[in-house]
Design a protein around this ligand. Sequence first.
Ligand SMILES: Nc1ncnc2c1ncn2[C@@H]1O[C@H](COP(=O)(O)OP(=O)(O)OP(=O)(O)O)[C@@H](O)[C@H]1O
Ligand SMILES: [Mg+2]
Length: 638
Amino acid sequence: MRLLILEHSLHDAELMFLELKGAGLVFEHVLAEDQEQFREALRQGHFDVVLSDYRLPGWTGLDALKELRAIDKDLPFLLVTGTLGEEAAVECVKQGVSDYVLKDHISRLPAALKRAIHEKNLRKRAEEALRLSELRNHDLVENSVYGIFRVAADSSFLDANPALLRILGCASFEQLSSLNLVRDVFRFPEQHAQLSASCRELGQVHGAEAEWRRRDGGVVAVRLNLRCLQLAGQLDCMEVIAEDVTELRAMERQLRQAQKFEAIGQLAGGIAHDFNNVVGAILGWAELGLEQNCANPQVAERFARIREQGERAATLTRELLAFARRQILQPRAVDLNTVVGGVASFLDKVISKDIELKVITAPLDPIKADPTQIEQVLMNLSINARDAMTGGGRLILETEMVELDDSYCRFYPHVTPGRYAVLSVSDTGVGMGTDTRERIFEPFFTTKERDKGSGMGLATVYGIVKQHGGLIHVYSELGQGSLFRVYLPVMEGNMEGGFSGHAPVASTAEMRGTEMILLADDHESMREMARQTLVGLGYRVLSACNGEDALRLCETDTPAMAVLDVIMPKLGGAATAAKLAERFAGLPVLFTSGYSQDSEGVAAAIANSRYLQKPYSPTALGRMVREILDGAAKTATS
Ligand SMILES: Nc1ncnc2c1ncn2[C@@H]1O[C@H](COP(=O)(O)OP(=O)(O)OP(=O)(O)O)[C@@H](O)[C@H]1O
Ligand SMILES: [Mg+2]
């Protein structure tokens, strides 16, 4: 043990030594007689305890204690003094003296010294335990998959863990701290207002759901637990734990939809089956009545009417059976392109002249299907497209091969990975809002006038596609046209009469990339479709809902190209492209629009730009983006 003794009386120091040695303590010591020697000793050596007299020439033990505490908060300091007034004693305790021993009772010194050292050891152990527990808690928060953070009363971020940065797509805590929870993160500020009001009232809120905006323009669904708390110097703070439930909710929606259709299908199929027999009988009797009354035209006409209505009922029944997947299929190897060709030549006659029909086909593997059913699918989709373009427009039928891999199927649990022939039907018509889009596959759902539509067209499509083991996706937005994509699985192995060899898949591998792409479109579902397509291909995407937003996103990042909608609020595509060109010389731009006339002009007028007609398919976008980026790279190297 090493002692530092501050004592100007050698005699008193001797007494201390005697007492300590008498108690069997083994120690080395340094004796300091004044301030200077005391400081020097502290500079030079390491000590376990300081023993100090109170009254020193021109100085007090209390002054020494203050100096010591400035450099070492924990070293035990014992006063050994002749007298100590009450006031001085109180002050000494306040300053953190470990103990004091009066010289008259010097025999108490060894015990006091041992206790001071023991207490210091206890403190050290407690501090170590505290440090470890803090470390463990910190580790828990840092590695949590939940976003954990605190915000001040003005909704600025006080602290946050890495999971929150991931959920919001922030690169660093600095970037996060420039954001405000209400202004920049909550998609609907009133949602935040409601949550913080309940939190203030109840102290905490559990399991509330909200939508947040990511830094790249995407949207995430989060489940929140909030707690009100007061921090030192900060009133009305809020602690939040956020779980990203975007994927989970998407899957639940799909499952609900599938279950709903399953239930409706059961019911419709059951009714249709019995109804079929009834209708069959009515048709039969009507036929007989008609035959037997050739001589009586008035009665014959009545029977003809009955037969006509009976046939309508029979069609409806067939459609219901198709929706319920109870049709009897006659599958064989079918080339989807042949079906498309057949329907297209027929369509030419039934669509008006102001609708331009375009057919784009790619080599396909055969599918195992009932061709008349697939014709039905294509017809129903095309007729709907025609009905959506009363003022004219463009109808595109497109085929391609795609490969759905495991990563895709993770999002769509009921889909089997593999090769699919895809049929896209897109139009530039009136499009649909969310409310319509969510119901279109329901039997009898129609927005058309009475007698114009039965609402069975898409229900039939849905049933047929499902019965063929396929899937159907729809992208549409009010005023932006619609895009239906039907995926049909290719036939396993070679079937007689089928064709051999694999058609090339417009391989995702060829379309992949890691470049940063700026995407701006004010129509959310189109933008999300494009964003997910590009992210799925490996690109990093900045997604903006208008031109101004796009320019803001580019303040910190440099995009390799931009995909801009021509008509957007705040700043349109052409103006945005001009501003981008000032900042990033030679930046390639892909304009997209549903209004072809003016838009193709925009692309022609702006250097380094191309044009893609909306609604475009994910593959068309993927291909075009890769082509543009490769073209730009070639220009840069040549
Ligand atoms: N291409 C499209 N553009 C815009 N809306 C569409 C399109 N396709 C379908 N819809 C909407 O979906 C609804 C349901 O379509 P569905 O084909 O099932 O029935 P329908 O066309 O109304 O009647 P039916 O096809 O039985 O004659 C339509 O009424 C329409 O509102
Ligand atoms: Mg229809």
